[in-house]
Design a protein around this ligand. Structure first.
Ligand SMILES: Nc1ncnc2c1ncn2[C@@H]1O[C@H](COP(=O)(O)OP(=O)(O)OP(=O)(O)O)[C@@H](O)[C@H]1O
Ligand SMILES: O=P(O)(O)OC[C@H]1O[C@H](OP(=O)(O)OP(=O)(O)O)[C@H](O)[C@@H]1O
Length: 326
């Protein structure tokens, strides 16, 4: 098979997203099989044909989705927004993954007591010019996110100092006055005596499953996409819902459709045919007790609730959403 005829799935090879990404695929029944060499950065998905797994850094994944070298990938939304000038037109964020949470923020020295909001930065910038004859310097690796955000906030008189690491140290080192960086616990900002501006939150980011709109989507890749996203959707549907089984009353008078509608429930296998059959519903986790109570009140003789591993369905909403855009 020529490698141009496969779906390329890019997964983080290192760093903080790697372990969680592997766990996410494993939950969806997608087992990654890495090539045999320790330095082999390609692999496959066990039991799912036409997929090539590529192990890359989170930032490389964003670039490959942008160029269309990769079809699907797991990476941080911050890297997508930073790397892709037109994220909407280039990729589809299929689903947030619940890990890799971090916030991109504008932070200034805590010693700047009167500086609390983005609007205060203009004044600081004017002072900088008057006193030191130069512009306010912002250290960051998020050059594009910073430019866009500062423009939205009407802050224009600044200069970006591109930083490749230890960004929060820039003010103390004297290479910039303020920073734009990612924070999770806030510990690094505190350790560097920096504070986040009140309206200085640029983006709340988490890892996402992302699809490239620029990649070559032939029939083979579309088939592989349906297989991969079908499993992911089945796991997500199962994780966020519960299966509720009830023994119908002898007289069979429960108005199931109304009851299901009231409790966000579905009847995945349809209504039972006989009067005293077993009925299977599925509802969001939070609706379980109300639904069970309602079934009992309506005469159900027994109700049981269980977690399920996978809930496959004829429709494949993740895949359909993407295919509609290709
Ligand atoms: N506390 C955090 N600090 C930095 N990144 C975080 C944090 N929490 C989650 N992330 C996510 O992890 C991504 C960075 O992951 P990682 O360091 O593995 O990638 P990378 O930028 O590709 O690595 P490299 O800088 O070596 O190329 C961030 O862009 C963000 O989406
Ligand atoms: O708010 P906190 O929980 O303190 O986390 C934020 C810090 O973590 C990351 O750096 P890391 O030390 O991982 O190194 P990196 O720059 O290589 O990502 C990030 O760049 C911040 O500096």
């Amino acid at each position: 098979m020529s490698s141009s005829d496969v779906l390329v799935l890019a997964v983080p090879s290192k760093g903080r997203l790697q372990e969680n990404a592997n766990a996410f695929f494993a939950r969806a029944g997608l087992k990654l099989a890495q090539g045999s060499g320790a330095r082999d950065y390609r692999g496959r998905l066990v039991g799912v044909p036409d997929v090539e797994v590529r192990y890359l850094s989170a930032s490389e994944i964003a670039s490959q989705l942008a160029s269309g070298t990769a079809h699907l990938g797991v990476t941080g939304e911050d890297l997508i927004r930073e790397t892709l000038p037109d994220a909407r037109g280039q990729v589809e964020l299929l689903t947030p993954l619940g890990f890799g949470n971090a916030t991109v923020v504008v932070a200034v020295p805590q010693a700047w007591i009167d500086v609390r909001a983005m609007g205060d930065l203009d004044e600081v910038a004017a002072l900088m010019r008057a006193r030191h004859g130069r512009r306010l310097r912002v250290a960051t690796k998020y050059v594009n996110l910073t430019r866009r955000f500062f423009a939205e906030k009407g802050v224009a008189d600044y200069r970006i100092v591109e930083s490749l690491g230890a960004t929060e140290g820039a003010p103390a080192a004297g290479s910039a006055e303020i920073v734009v960086d990612i924070t999770t616990t806030g510990a690094t900002l505190r350790a560097n005596a920096l504070k986040v501006l009140d309206d200085g939150i640029i983006l709340r980011s988490e890892a996402n499953l992302v699809a490239s709109l620029k990649a070559a989507w032939g029939e083979t890749q579309r088939g592989a996409l349906r297989a991969v996203l079908g499993r992911i959707a089945a796991e997500e549907r199962a994780r966020t819902t519960r299966e509720v089984r009830a023994a119908l009353p002898e007289d069979g008078t429960i108005d199931l459709a109304t009851l299901a509608g009231l409790h966000e429930a579905e009847l995945p296998y349809g209504a039972p045919r006989g009067p005293d059959g077993e009925i299977v519903l599925r509802c969001p986790e939070a609706a379980v007790f109300d639904l069970a109570d309602a079934l009992v009140r309506a005469g159900a003789r027994a109700v049981s609730v269980r977690r399920i591993d996978y809930a496959f369905a004829a429709e494949n909403p993740l895949a359909e959403r993407l295919l509609a855009r290709l």
